[in-house]
Design a protein around this ligand. Sequence first.
Ligand code: PLP
Length: 380
Amino acid sequence: MIKQYLLAPGPTPIPNEVALAMAETMIHHRTPQFNKIFFEVRDGLQEVFGTKNDVIVLASSGTGAMEAAVTNLFSPGEKVLVVNGGKFGERWLEIGKAFGLDPIDLKVEWGKPVAVEAIEQKFKEHRDIQAILVQASETSTTTWHPIEKIAKLTRNGPLLIVDGVTAVGVKKVPMDEWGVDAFVTGSQKAMMLPPGLGFVALSERAWARTAKAKLPRFYFNLNLERKNQQKGSGAFTPAVSLIFGLRASLQLMRKEGLDNVYARHERMARATRAAATALGMKLLAPESPSPAATGIWTPPGMNADHLLDFFRDKMLITFAEGQDQLRGKAIRIAHVGYMGAFDVVTAIAALEMGLRKFGAEVKFGQGVAAAEEVLMETLR
Ligand SMILES: Cc1ncc(COP(=O)(O)O)c(C=O)c1O
């Protein structure tokens, strides 16, 4: 086998149009040529985020954008509520602690969406909560948290800070309409780019808060960035080639139509879940699954890590592992970004073969057929 398949939830495959755009000759970042490209990118990002406000582009991975949201919005000792239902919920906690906030840890069983009532209860118990920090899509457990419902609670209350790293560009989360106050993502998921860019969008009231927030910041100074980015560049040297690529990826998303992009993700996710279920496997997040990736428990006694090594080394297919308490027990199959129906078919065919190889009784084609039934929807 020679062909590699990258079917993990980031980094994700890169379309040729994007790869070629990134190979363009380097230009200086304080020129009208760069400004023009940057303005185009800013418009496209506003569409994807569903906001009229600035979407700030940072040279960092998604975690840098998370950190920027925290350091620009809060002062030392402020109380925030963190929805902690996986590795990335834990990351909000770690960032909050690192910067001297007082985070309340709202633990959520891995694979379950947060209960809105539990949030309401915490808001009642702690009247001084300044913000809630949550993932839209908790990639580690492949769970979707109910952001729209949470937004109803926070409209006139604490800020709603959402990690949208496997949500922005995957599923419609209209930031302004719902009332999300800070929405962050990274380049290597639905944006179909290599890792290296972080994005942060703030609501009006969040921008107002940045003026009062006292946490130290230098590189990730969103006001400084906004001032510069409104003029068509960045406060520091932007990741010029990634911006070229971003323009191309935004063009591709616009050409497909954002609603079609969202429908494609939703369909691939449904097909993957149908296939896993048809193969007798259990889903990690059956109640509220993310459209970006599907977590699946491996059969009892089958080491998921050995299975993943086999996929990667023998079949050249990279899926993702279960993290921490899921280690060795689950795999995650991604369907995010530059992926389509036949990536799902490939993933499921490989899954069937891998399961058989590791001793499970699998009827070849059973999972693939279930996926095809869903994927056929667009062709009828
Ligand atoms: C939901 C979520 N948040 C944050 C991150 C961290 O992003 P990065 O690895 O780009 O720093 C990831 C990465 O997979 C993620 O899926």
